[in-house]
Ligand binder design. Sequence first.
Ligand code: AGP
Length: 367
Amino acid sequence: EDLDLGGFPHYMAKEIQEQPESVERMIRGRLDDRFGVARLDGLNLTPRELRGFSRVKILGCGSAYYVGQIGATMIEELARIPADAEAASEFRYRNPIIEADTLYIAVSQSGETIDTAFAVEEIKRKGGRVVGLVNVVGSTIARACDGGVYLHAGPEIAVASTKALTNMAVGFALIALSLGRVRDLSNADGQRIIDAIRALPGQIKAVLDDEPAIAEHAKAAATAKSLFFIGRVRGFPVAREGAQKFKEISYRHAEAYQTSELKHGPLALIDDSLPTVAIVPADELADRNLAAMQQIRARGGAVLAVTHENVDFGELDVPRIVVPRTEPELDPILLTIPLQLLAYHAALTLGYDIDKPRNLAKSVTVE
Ligand code: AGP
């Protein structure tokens, strides 16, 4: 088993570092420069069928659900179709309305998560069309779906998922491109996204090169009993996933909030014992995010910003993790990577069992 670790101390460390190559595998043969579109033959959907959907519903559990939220935003932005993600574990218990013109997407690393498999079953029983975004070839969910896109992330051993989630997010970008290009997304915009997708492996490598600095931030974060992770719109599911990863392996309470919601309640908790990790991309909300960070600082709360080079922090003096810019729609993919390292190094500092955290299984196959 040690051999498989390839010299890394933990599978999670290995899987984080594998991401440039696993994203390469995800996109290989799937980008079509001639028409600025993704080629996803496994979906088993003709352009005409793709055009016929007027809504997208994404279902997954845990981190796969959070990546589903990233995917829903990508689909709304690039294809302009109403899209949302829902926890698959809740889906069938609310007697969901299954619509013929909705494209259902089930997302799962293992393909064996019982809650997600039951959601697929419910959709199919009621006549819905469901495709999978799954890593394990031939798994239960992959077989149950009407078509799908495999993640090609390779085996993922660590309970805390990393490389599979990144490939899910890239998969959603490809699906958003496919849905967009049979609607209003122009060839030029399609090509803009394709070029950005192609640059991702090199950019992920650049984030990973920053590991020593991120490890230092993690040592500081590990001393806190509780943390906030905050973000807005594209940044909110990133914050949710960052908090989830932190909780899973460092056993610290970490809570994700929309930055905009802080002032509606949780700001009352802020003091010098509750640090905040703020997701601050260089987008149209950067100024508002800066204002929120100022409010936190004014109450004595420490802030660590995960941000881009060209965000002007003005007088605000807070530590930053800077990730490379991509096209705004794809920002969540790169913003998530440092949060994996943050969680990993916090757990390492605290001396916990990183690959097999207490109370958790790699895939949840019982309800
Ligand atoms: C991720 O770090 C978690 N271990 C967990 O939330 C996981 O993503 C979830 O259980 C779904 O698993 P799946 O992708 O195999 O369906």
